[in-house]
Every structure is written in structure tokens, then in C-alpha cells.
Ligand binder design. Structure first.
Ligand SMILES: Nc1ncnc2c1ncn2[C@@H]1O[C@H](COP(=O)(O)OP(=O)(O)O)[C@@H](O)[C@H]1O
Ligand SMILES: [Mg+2]
Length: 273
């Protein structure tokens, strides 16, 4: 099945922090029902983009529509349709999983019954039932992240944003979360996933956008991106990524530090477009 209907339309979206441009006039669409991978090195502008699309941050210029609603003008309509698993886990340590979920559910005007029903369903699926009444302070990072995901699902969103959901987790939890993301997608939820894990991006994404220095440098299916890699047999997504973004290591501001001579860098004419 090809997915053609746009659920998110981003046009020239820009975010400046004082004089620094973190997101530089990016435009792209996300199709209804797809898993859209948003890849980029540290400081590329992934989280800033996600924060604008989820109405947490006001764009400096440009627009984006989420299911036909403007992220600047119709924030409440946008919020009703989306869930966000943010980069930083937001849980109250002195509350249990269930208490945390009740708190966040009530902020979203859900009834106690709805919160309980929805929470228990996902808690069970994510293997957290034994822990649901224990204080969050006793949870591992992987357990906290699973509750964080349940929290994002409480409002039954059509679109789920996940900002590096498996960063720093052990392989078992990572596997569980990846499988779960695919399951949610099969139920019809559109997924926007940021990661710098190439295996994750390749395994999950229908299409991938590679962002660097606040700009989209490449956007296509993984298969098509690989076709554009030069001077390499059987290229991987990592080859694509390195050819698009280069080998320089980024500092916190996303500025490049020279890491020696990448063979394909130089002119820029070899870059994947
Ligand atoms: N609130 C802020 N104030 C100033 N600079 C910011 C702020 N948020 C992000 N940045 C900068 O914007 C750039 C993009 O950040 P971010 O979107 O978090 O990157 P990514 O998620 O791709 O690693 C980085 O250089 C970061 O330091
Ligand atoms: Mg980030």
C-alpha cells in the first residue's frame, strides 16, 4: 500500500535562537500511516523541529499544518491529535507509574476510568504490570521510558512523535520499543521518529529525512537513498548518512570539528540529494 495522503505539511519552517539558526527553512510532508525517520547528527535541529511541530516552541517563520491545523493558530486542535515522547523523560519520581499517568491524563481532561483502562492496557503490553504501583524513582531508564511512551498514548493520538526513544537503553528494551512502534503503526498511527541509530532508522522507516545544520540534506526511502551513494558496493544507511553529513564531529552547537579527510567531502558535488 502506498501512502499518499499528507498528515503533516511543513513549509519553510525556521527557528532562530537569537542570531543562531537552529532550523533553517525546512519543508517536507509526512504521509498518513507512515513511519517517518528523522535522522541527523547532534545539534542538527531534530528536537527543535519536533518541538515546533508539537506546539512547544513557536517558529520564527514558516508554517506547518498537522492534520489540516496550523501549529501557530490552532495549537489546541494540533495537541488533540498528537502524542509526544520527548527527549527528556518527564515523570515525577515520588509518584508511581499509575499516579504519574493519572496526573498527565487529568491534564488532558481524561476521566479516571479512561486513564486506568488505557494505562493498564499499554503497561501490560510493555511488561510493566509488576511495577506499576512502585515509585518511579526505583525504575531503570528503560522502565521510565516505557511509562513515558504510555503517557504519550493516553490521548489515543493519530500521530506519535518519538524523540530518540531508545537512546541509552539496553538491547532488550530497545527491541521491545522498536517492535511496539511497529505495532502502533500497524494500528494506523503515523510515527515521526528521530534517531541517530542507523539500524533503527532502517528497520522502521518508510522514508527517512537527513537533517544537518538545520537543513534537510536528503529525503527518500532508504532503498532510494542507498542508490545515490557513490563509490561503494552494497551501501548501508550509515554510508548514506556519512556521505550526506560528512565525518566531522559536532560540538553542542552542531558546529563541525574536523575529523580528518573524508574521501568524498571536498566539493560537495558528491553529496546525496
Ligand atoms: N533553547 C535553545 N536556546 C539556544 N539554542 C538552542 C536551544 N535549543 C536548541 N538550541 C540549539 O539549536 C541546535 C539544534 O538543537 P536540537 O534541535 O536540540 O538538535 P538535535 O535534536 O538534532 O540534536 C543546537 O545547536 C542547539 O544547541
Ligand atoms: Mg535532540
Amino acid at each position: 500500500m502506498t501512502k499518499t495522503e499528507n498528515t503533516i505539511e511543513v513549509k519553510k519552517l525556521t527557528k532562530k535562537f537569537k542570531k543562531f539558526t537552529a532550523v533553517d527553512s525546512i519543508s517536507f510532508d509526512v504521509k498518513k500511516g507512515e513511519i517517518f525517520g528523522f535522522l541527523g547528527p547532534n545539534g542538527a535541529g531534530k528536537s527543535t523541529t519536533i518541538r515546533m511541530l508539537t506546539t512547544l516552541l513557536t517558529p520564527t517563520s514558516g508554517t506547518a499544518m498537522v492534520e489540516g491545523h496550523d501549529i501557530k493558530k490552532d495549537q489546541n486542535e494540533v495537541r488533540k491529535r498528537i502524542g509526544l515522547v520527548a527527549e527528556k523523560i518527564i515523570l515525577y519520581n515520588h509518584l508511581s507509574a499509575m499516579e504519574n499517568l493519572e496526573f498527565f491524563g487529568k491534564l488532558n481532561h481524561l476521566s479516571k476510568d479512561e486513564i486506568k483502562k488505557r494505562s493498564e492496557r499499554w503497561i501490560e503490553r510493555l511488561g510493566m504490570e509488576e511495577w506499576k504501583d512502585a515509585q518511579a524513582s526505583t525504575y531503570s531508564t528503560g522502565m521510565k521510558q516505557r511509562i513515558n511512551i504510555v503517557r504519550a498514548l493516553l490521548t489515543e493520538p493519530d500521530i506519535l512523535f518519538l524523540d530518540e526513544p531508545t537512546l541509552g537503553l539496553d538491547p532488550q528494551t530497545t527491541f521491545m520499543i522498536r517492535t511496539f512502534i511497529q505495532e502502533l503503526n500497524k494500528k494506523g498511527i503515523t510515527i515521526i521518529l528521530t534517531t541517530h541509530d542507523m539500524i533503527e532508522a532502517e528497520a522502521l522507516s518508510d522514508r527517512v529525512a537527513i537533517i544537518d545544520h538545520g537543513k534537510i540534506q536528503a529525503l527518500d526511502t532508504v532503498e532510494n537513498l542507498k542508490k545515490k551513494v557513490e563509490n561503494k558496493k552494497n551501501p548501508t544507511l550509515e554510508d548514506v548518512f556519512l556521505q550526506v553529513t560528512g565525518l566531522d564531529i559536532r560540538d553542542k552547537r552542531g558546529k563541525a570539528k574536523r575529523a580528518g579527510g573524508p574521501p568524498w567531502r571536498g566539493g560537495g558535488e558528491n553529496r546525496v540529494r
